[in-house]
Design a protein around this ligand. Structure first.
Ligand code: MN
Length: 448
């Protein structure tokens, strides 16, 4: 069931890492997200760490200090690996034991001398993907996005008949997921220009982003054994921001009848720090109430616990910055702000549905929420919605205009949770820049 608030969320906690207390810090001691790091340009291995203020705690390096015991020690022993998969597979009681131990350690001045050598300044480090991703599934759980996108094609009937009965999804591509900061080239693909009768093979002309939250699966379920909606929370390790980059012209031409394929598989970006479900406990809230005419979900997708605390109250923002804005020293421009509470289906319902046929989810699998949009202007999670499928242009502060993304545009997502009586926590950024298309059959020239 949904994890409870405990001593690790106490707003009175005082951490001996001073930067954790700066106003607006994403990583106070109440957060403790996990990521995979190494010192930049070093020949050392990537390993698992925990963000605290502007530092990273090298968890397996702390093992030598003898400060972990029991389940916390078992969990800490998973952190020497270059991915979180083993920790993810260790299960919720070990995750929680490690969180409690880390919180106590970082608030205990008497062990600061022993632990501080295991802290690395974030500015000296580089991050890699949180996990080896065996499978990536992208849902469509924001009813506002589904309605906005559907209304472009079916103005009178935007939602298809299945929408309110099951969380719709497609199988995404795991191999092209990259961590924040990895730029990518505008993809080529087959597209049918308006009015043409023959498709072209060309760089996409309609490159878009999709603001999403990605949930990382912890413990696997056995093939053939479904996970109930009430047990699904225990399968969720944590969340990151996710950008499901989309080439709308490729997508429009290819997607019927089997769904998205090359229009999305060229790149997906995730933020590096996995915010655990334990850290999110104070920010759980009731699931959005369904409309009076909406059907109740079938019993295997419904739970009283979800009605009370099934959603996560997270504030999300999309910013864009062109090369000219960057060259002229301008700040990124905010395009949208919205709330994760708007989701029609919770992550528990997505996991329950995903496994309801016996499909096995595995530690490190990634489950995208689908594009997150609110009900009105200023809340849309994609340019498809902001520009009504490219029909309207919007202006940047540099005087440039856009429908879809231009080369050298940088897109950044950020998010945070806040609630009276608790300390604000943030996700850190999910960012990448669009590089110009390159001839598709050349050998790689940039780090991939
Ligand atoms: Mn998507």
């Amino acid at each position: 069931l949904i994890r409870s608030v405990d001593q690790t969320h106490d707003p009175a906690l005082r951490c001996w890492v001073g930067s954790a207390h700066l106003p607006g810090a994403d990583f106070p001691v109440q957060n403790l997200p996990f990521g995979v790091f190494r010192r930049r340009a070093a020949s050392e291995r990537f390993r698992c760490g925990v963000a605290i203020g502007d530092r990273i705690l090298d968890v397996s390096a702390v093992l030598g200090a003898g400060l972990f015991s029991g389940e916390a020690r078992v969990a800490a022993e998973c952190c020497g690996e270059p991915a979180l998969n083993r920790l993810m597979a260790a299960g919720p009681s070990r995750w929680k034991a490690l969180r409690v131990a880390l919180s106590a350690m970082l608030c205990d001045e008497t062990v600061a001398g022993a632990v501080s050598p295991c802290l690395v300044p974030m500015s000296y480090t580089e991050m890699t993907l949180p996990a080896r991703i065996g499978g990536y599934t992208d849902f469509f759980a924001s009813i506002h996005h589904a309605t906005n996108a559907g209304s472009l094609f079916r103005p009178d009937n935007p939602l298809l008949p299945n929408y309110k009965w099951l969380p719709v999804a497609y199988n995404g591509r795991a191999s092209s997921v990259r961590v924040s900061g990895h730029d990518f080239h505008r993809p080529w693909g087959q597209l049918m220009p308006p009015g043409a009768t023959t498709p072209l093979f060309a760089p996409t002309r309609k490159l878009d982003y999709e603001l999403e939250v990605g949930a990382w699966i912890g413990e696997s379920n056995v093939l053939g054994c479904a996970v109930s909606v009430d047990a699904a929370e225990d399968r969720l390790f944590g969340i990151t921001l996710l950008n499901d980059w989309s080439a709308r012209d490729l997508q429009a031409w290819e997607y019927q009848p089997l769904g998205p394929f090359l229009g999305k598989s060229f790149a997906t970006t995730v933020s590096p720090w996995v915010i655990t479900l334990d850290a999110l406990s104070p920010f759980r809230c009731p699931q959005a109430v369904r409309g009076p005419a909406d059907p109740a979900p079938l019993p295997h997708l419904d739970s009283a616990a979800l009605h009370d605390r099934g959603a996560i109250d997270m504030h999300l923002e999309v910013c864009v910055r062109s090369k000219r804005m960057k060259d002229e020293g301008m700040e990124p421009m905010s395009l949208s702000r919205n709330r994760l509470t708007d989701l029609y289906w919770t992550f528990s319902q997505m996991v329950a549905h995903h496994t309801s046929n016996g499909c096995n989810l595995e530690a490190g699998d990634l489950v995208g929420s689908g594009t997150l949009s609110g009900a009105g202007p200023g809340t849309y999670g994609s340019l498809l919605e902001i520009t009504r499928g490219g029909q309207t242009r919007f202006a940047l502060p540099s005087g440039e205009t856009r429908t879809y993304l231009d080369d050298a545009d940088e897109v950044t997502f950020t998010a945070f949770c806040e609630r009276a009586g608790f300390v604000r926590i943030g996700t850190g950024a999910c960012t990448a820049t669009v590089l110009p298309a390159r001839p598709p059959y050349l050998a790689p020239t940039v780090a991939v």
